[in-house]
Design a protein. Structure first.
Length: 211
């Protein structure tokens, strides 16, 4: 999958951000995980393990490494069905580990931990949840790690009043790994104040196209 970028930068880096990101999955899975009992929301890990090549038109913005490709699909607004969720993905020596914790508005919960091998086959994974420090906007977060260890944030990626994305270092199946972690608080997202802020932060531009 090739992603062509040609966007306006924002603080602290103004100007154009141009280039290409190429994602090459190690395997494409057929796995789908319903997030609600009626299947109105589904998590789809297309390529839980992938190689990524980033080539942007700026000095030092070219690199290759580990990546992934997944997506969420739904037929209702997220805030209708969920209060919050935490999700994480970590590379392993022979694949990747993915975690999903969901709290629904009806009080029910979903907690899943799975491992994908290099061929895309999914396996159950037993890793307990653990506490994680709050975000800059004081979002409550949780992570996953082996017994006797603690997950730790090593890089801040995105901080918003209702959403946090960061790099987390933790121990899974005896191995120290670093991966992407996110927390989404839809109780905050329901706020009219937050939605008004989003209009300013993510404006709709005339001429935007999806191809």
């Amino acid at each position: 999958m090739e992603i062509e970028l040609d966007e306006k930068g924002s603080l602290p880096r103004l100007g154009r951000i141009k280039g290409r990101v190429t994602v090459t999955p190690l395997a494409v899975t057929e796995v789908e995980m319903p997030l609600t009992p009626d299947g109105a929301h589904v998590w789809r890990p297309f390529g839980p393990g992938a190689k990524i090549d980033v080539s942007l038109e700026a000095e030092g913005w070219q690199w290759q490494g580990d990546g992934y490709f997944d997506a969420n699909f739904g037929t209702r607004a997220l805030e209708q069905d969920f209060d919050r969720w935490s999700w994480a993905r970590f590379p392993l020596k022979d694949g990747a580990a993915c975690f999903y914790e969901v709290q629904r508005v009806d009080g029910s919960c979903l907690n899943k931990a799975v491992r994908f091998d290099d061929h895309g086959t999914v396996h159950a994974l037993e890793v307990p949840r653990a506490g994680l420090s709050r975000s800059l906007w004081w979002l409550e977060r949780s992570g996953w790690c082996d017994v006797g260890s603690n997950p730790k944030q090593v890089m801040r990626m995105l901080d918003a009043p209702f959403y946090d994305r960061s790099m987390i270092r933790t121990r899974i199946a005896g191995n120290m790994v670093t991966g992407v972690h996110e927390t989404l608080d839809l109780r905050r997202f329901r706020s009219r104040v937050i939605k008004a802020m989003l209009v300013v932060r993510v404006p709709r531009r005339v001429g935007w196209k999806v191809s």
